[in-house]
Design a binder for this molecule. Structure first.
Ligand code: GLY
Ligand code: MN
Ligand code: MN
Length: 297
């Protein structure tokens, strides 16, 4: 009922055998295989069944086809960004001391769905990392309860028509201390300067360098331990990349994140992430408002 595809009955065969028989019926001599995705075990089984076939790697084809987002794809990501951003604002109003990271995550995912998204990030948890755990760039939510003075990093999004948004916000339980204000304003400056430079023809490496230079000049280069951003769409991480290693050149229709972060192991960290559409003249933020007020409670 739900599939848009022609159905083939598997019967008593394994799924792989059924697929191989279909391919044999087509008399295929050359078959593309996505080596990034197909397991070695399945590839070995298929090669044994179809020993005369020439296999070639198509891993780069679909990502290339998916790279440039058309207006309906952009609309979906924009809606996913707006819903996520609205949901975050709503959930912030329910934060209390003693609430756990997992409870916050569950409420955020519930709210994202309530506001009209299909879900959050599917099989991936949002990141909710509080106190010293906020120094973990990928801190999965735990039973740790929010405590007074905690910095909390929330990396989340929503799915609309299969397309994802990817946003990171930070808040403090109680008045932010001087360090929290310093790091937030540094990240906002690095984020804004890098986002202002986004336009077609610029390399991912150069955009990364703009944010990195600002953070290095303040003495926190070592603490910015990942690349500045990545494209997104049907998957959370797509090409092009914004990083010191990237050779990608931005094009109209790319949708990329900008997410500078600074992490102090054992102490805490922050990251500010939004999603941008590359346009003829520059870039447009499509993930709602930039970072909101740090203080909660
Ligand atoms: N959570 C990883 C990222 O924002 O790319
Ligand atoms: Mn993220
Ligand atoms: Mn991201």
């Amino acid at each position: 009922e739900q599939s848009p595809y022609t159905l083939v009955t598997q019967g008593s065969r394994t799924m792989l055998e059924a697929v191989c028989e279909l391919l044999k019926d087509q008399k295929c001599h050359r078959i593309g295989v996505e080596k990034d995705i197909v397991s070695i075990r399945n590839f070995e089984k298929m090669s044994a069944i179809m020993s005369l076939v020439e296999w070639y790697d198509t891993s780069s084809i679909l990502p290339l086809l998916r790279r440039t987002k058309d207006s309906s794809e952009v609309d979906s990501i924009r809606k996913a960004g707006q819903i996520a951003s609205d949901a975050y604002r709503e959930v912030l109003g329910h934060v209390s001391l003693g609430m756990t990271e997992k409870e916050f995550e569950a409420l955020l995912e519930y709210t994202v769905k309530k506001l009209g998204a299909e879900g959050g990030w599917g099989n991936h948890n949002f990141i909710v990392a509080s106190g010293a755990r906020s120094a973990l760039p990928h801190g999965a939510p735990t039973d740790k309860a929010f405590q007074s003075g905690d910095w909390v990093t929330v990396d989340f999004g929503a799915m609309v028509n299969g397309y994802l948004s990817d946003i990171t916000r930070n808040f403090c339980l109680g008045a932010p201390n001087e360090k929290a204000r310093e790091i937030e304003s540094l990240l906002l400056r690095a984020h804004r300067e890098a986002a202002l430079a986004l336009k077609p023809g610029v390399s991912g490496r150069d955009i990364d360098a703009i944010a990195r230079r600002i953070i290095v000049e303040e003495g926190y280069g070592e603490q910015f331990s990942h690349g500045l951003g990545h494209a997104l769409g049907l998957e959370i991480h797509e090409n092009p990349r914004l990083s010191p290693l990237s050779h990608d050149i931005l094009q109209v229709g790319d949708v990329v994140t900008v997410e500078p972060g600074v992490y102090f192991p054992g102490v805490g960290g922050m990251r500010i992430e939004d999603d941008y559409l590359i346009t003829e003249t520059g870039a447009e933020r499509i993930s709602g408002d930039l970072q909101q007020e740090l203080a909660v409670l």
